[in-house]
Design a protein around this ligand. Structure first.
Ligand code: 5AD
Length: 456
């Protein structure tokens, strides 16, 4: 049977979509290639959130096409996901791919590749909307019988579950509502059944995924006994036997009601960590961005979470150089970052996106200024993060052991409840276990631990 290589750009939702697509191929008997070399099918699952991400994927595909087509005309090349959705047919002319599959059609990918291999069709573009597509990202690769440590075992520890698709927030900078469509949520029963399956297969941790998870089920399920649909879902997933940890990403600040803050106190499996995109520290810019909250409200959420869980790990996304951002606005962002002291922040230079309102706003910030602000904010964020990581030295932490360290496969890596990676020396039998470690050394965004030292 042919082999498939899937390369993923962008967010965790994309990673999860790729995994579900890979599962379709495995179910059909295809093998998964670990690199593009020699693969019979090469698919790029793309990201559109910034222009750079699009250019990277287009460049990669152009190189691939030039290379593989020289030696093997039968290799199937395809684009999946967000950029496939927003650019569609034009990608065929631009890069010579055979297949373009949009964000509501991932579940058709393997069938389309079958058709292309059998030469039933010459090229396929499917970027149509499809009702119910949010419930189609549910397959996981069946690794039963192929475990035994190493990379396979890693996948059996921590699983991702897509709970919804789309976004209705329409932030003025963001292309996602156009590439992912309107918000659509799966049912609680359906999600719980998928999580149960993962727990039965040996997974210990689940991360619930969506563009804005705090908007989960707003329309379909609604609030009940003061609990938002998302908190009802957390309650239900929390019940599943065998699961040790529950996480989610990404929430929206305006979805952080008291019910969610209170869930951290009430649900012991819910890990004390949150990635809460703030985007800017200036009320004026937040308004222009159509974010739906103020700086004060955001700070209030952080305060509320730290009151419930003082050690909570907090990360964020920030955009610098949004159109009209003045020096004063930027200083507001700098001061917010100092005030909150995030464990990490992903900082992005504003990138104008097709069909978004911000792309045609006046006062676009020159690229040099965007770069300067990026560098200043990054330096400050890193300084604070270093300080926060350093505070773990000599502390005892509990990690869930995920598998070999990404940087040094001779070591293992685990994750603390507050989402810090800890590298340590261990054995394969530790994979999937909760372990106490003493932090012996602190690196850049990595902690190094020792399981042998128990007297703290
Ligand atoms: N330019 C720069 N960054 C962006 N993001 C989203 N759209 C843009 C854009 N047009 C960032 C936001 C978001 C993260 C995933 O990407 O910070 O939270």
């Amino acid at each position: 049977m042919p082999s498939v290589f899937i390369k993923t750009y962008g967010c965790q939702m994309n990673e999860r979509d790729s995994e579900a697509v890979a599962a379709q191929f495995v179910a059909k008997g295809y093998s998964l290639a670990s690199s593009e070399k020699g693969a019979d099918v090469i698919l790029l699952n793309t990201c559109s959130v910034r222009d750079q991400a699009e250019q990277k994927a287009i460049g990669k595909m152009q190189n691939l096409a030039a290379e593989v087509r020289r030696t093997d005309d039968d290799v199937v090349l395809g684009f999946l996901g967000c950029m496939a959705q927003s650019r569609g047919q034009e990608l065929i002319a631009k890069t010579g791919v055979d297949l373009v599959v949009g964000t509501q059609k991932f579940h058709r990918t393997a069938d389309y590749v079958d058709d292309l291999i059998a030469a039933r069709r010459e090229s396929i573009v499917d970027i149509a909307e499809e009702q119910g597509s949010e419930a189609k990202i549910r397959e996981h690769i069946d690794l039963t019988g192929v475990t035994g440590g190493g990379a396979n075992a890693r996948q059996l520890v921590s699983g991702f579950v897509s709970i919804m698709q789309g976004c209705n927030q329409y932030c003025t900078f963001c292309i996602v509502p156009y590439t992912r469509g309107q918000e659509r949520s799966r049912s609680i029963e359906d999600i719980v059944a998928e999580c149960r399956g993962l727990a039965a297969a040996g997974y210990k941790e689940i991360t619930l995924l969506g563009q804005i998870v705090t908007s989960y089920g707003k329309r379909e399920i609604g609030t009940c006994d003061g609990k938002s649909a998302f908190v009802q879902l957390l309650d239900a997933v929390h019940e599943i036997e065998g699961l040790q940890r529950v996480r989610f990403t990404s929430p929206h600040p305006k979805g952080y009601g008291d019910d969610l803050a209170e869930a951290y106190a009430r649900l012991p499996k819910l890990c004390e960590s949150a990635h809460i995109p703030v985007q800017s520290g200036s009320d004026r810019v937040l308004k222009l961005m159509h974010r739906g909250y103020t700086r004060e409200r955001f700070l209030g959420i952080i305060q509320k979470l730290r009151a419930v869980k003082p050690g909570i790990g907090l990360t964020t996304d920030i955009i610098v150089g949004f159109p009209g951002e003045t020096d004063e606005d930027f200083e507001q962002t700098m001061s917010l970052a100092r005030e909150v002291e995030f464990d990490n922040a992903y900082i992005f230079k504003y990138s104008p996106r097709k069909d978004t309102p911000a792309a045609t706003m006046e006062n676009q910030v020159p690229i040099e200024l965007r770069e300067e602000r990026h560098a200043r904010l990054l330096a400050q964020v890193n300084e604070i993060a270093d300080k926060r990581y350093a505070a773990f030295l000599n502390q005892k932490v509990q990690v869930l052991v995920e598998g070999p360290s990404r940087r040094n496969a001779a070591r293992l890596q685990g994750r603390t409840r507050c989402n810090k990676i800890v590298v340590f020396e261990g054995a394969d039998r530790h994979i999937g276990q909760l372990m106490d470690l003493k932090i012996e050394r602190v690196g850049s965004f990595t902690l190094y631990g020792d399981p042998a030292i128990l007297n703290l």
